[in-house]
Design a protein around this ligand. Structure first.
Ligand code: NDP
Length: 277
């Protein structure tokens, strides 16, 4: 059982710095087993979304765990076709129903959809859900600096979190700086670059050998030491355990710099300005 440190969001709410992502975990047994293993090993944050199609399984897993609802930090996201004030309210009710709970800890606008132009209206609905205490914190996902600037200039509440693609190939330095200045926590998605090339890099392998850790553990540790929230996905019990076993070692400044040097702006997910449906 591992103890995960908490970060404090800009409204005082505490969030575990590491959680389980469940995109592509199938609804039913697959997602329920993964979450059961995660809870047994100390995970308390689960990151889902309406579009993942597994909110029902996430709700079942929470119920089956025997944990109190307040011990779990549950994130879900508003899908693109549900943007707009009234649609958001309806979509939120649907998510709560599938999740079998009466609140979520963090609700995110999944993508900005700048050409559709509805994210500020959507945010007004998010502010209402927050005021009504149906969500403990509200945030955004895939927002770039320009989208955040537009949102901030039109809104009362600053997002608590911006969840974006972030890994050693795409370190998002400029966005992180902007978020720091505005007290927005950055949450790294696809933190292992989807189990891809960052885990095969010689630099990462050498650092891993030196610390008697795996490449995935080194990369996740890099996120933690950068002050990011990180949500690796796995449905494989051994990897779920491996990914949380990162709080007993520390990367040196030299290790961190070697991993920082891998940034080449490489994305594996769509560019936020190009996703419009
Ligand atoms: P990750 O970088 O977390 O990689 C997940 C993949 O890596 C899976 O194929 C998994 O395989 C494999 N893997 C997991 N752990 C290890 C390990 N220790 N060693 C080797 N391979 C490993 O990618 P995701 O894109 O899934 O991102 C994580 C989460 O972020 C998502 O689940 C979702 O919650 C969120 N997300 C949010 C997005 C957004 O738009 N807001 C977009 C994309 C993701 P296996 O499961 O078979 O073990």
């Amino acid at each position: 059982m591992h103890e995960v440190p908490n970060l404090k969001l800009n409204n005082g709410v505490l969030v575990p710095q590491l959680g389980l992502g469940v995109w592509q975990a199938k609804d039913g047994t697959e997602v329920e087993r993964a979450i059961a293993v995660a809870f047994e090993n100390g995970y308390r944050l689960i990151d889902t979304a309406k579009i993942y199609g597994n909110e029902t399984g996430v709700g079942n897993a929470m119920k089956a765990s025997g944990l109190k609802r307040e011990e779990i930090f549950l994130t879900t996201k508003l899908w693109n076709s549900d943007q707009g004030y009234d649609q958001t309210m309806r979509a939120f009710d649907g998510s709560l129903q599938r999740l079998g709970t009466d609140y979520v800890d963090l609700y995110l606008i999944h993508w900005p959809m700048p050409k559709v132009g509805k994210f500020t209206d959507t945010w007004k609905a998010f502010e209402k859900l927050y005021a009504d205490k149906r969500v403990r914190a509200i945030g955004v996902s895939n927002f770039m600096v320009t989208h955040l600037e537009e949102l901030l200039s039109a809104s009362d509440l600053v997002p608590a979190v911006n969840q974006v693609e972030l890994h050693p190939r795409l370190a998002q330095r400029e966005l992180r700086e902007f978020c720091d200045q505005h007290d927005i926590e950055v949450e790294s998605y696809s933190p292992l670059m989807h189990g891809g090339e960052v885990l095969d890099e010689d630099a990462v392998k050498q650092i891993a050998n030196r610390h008697s850790k795996t490449p995935a553990q080194v990369v996740l540790r890099w996120h933690i030491q950068n002050g990011l929230i990180v949500i690796p996905k796995s449905v494989t019990p051994s990897r779920i355990k491996e990914n949380i076993d990162i709080f007993d070692f520390e990367l040196t400044a030299k290790d961190m710099a070697a991993i920082d040097a891998m940034d080449n702006g490489g994305r594996i997910n769509p560019h936020p300005d190009n996703l419009n449906q």
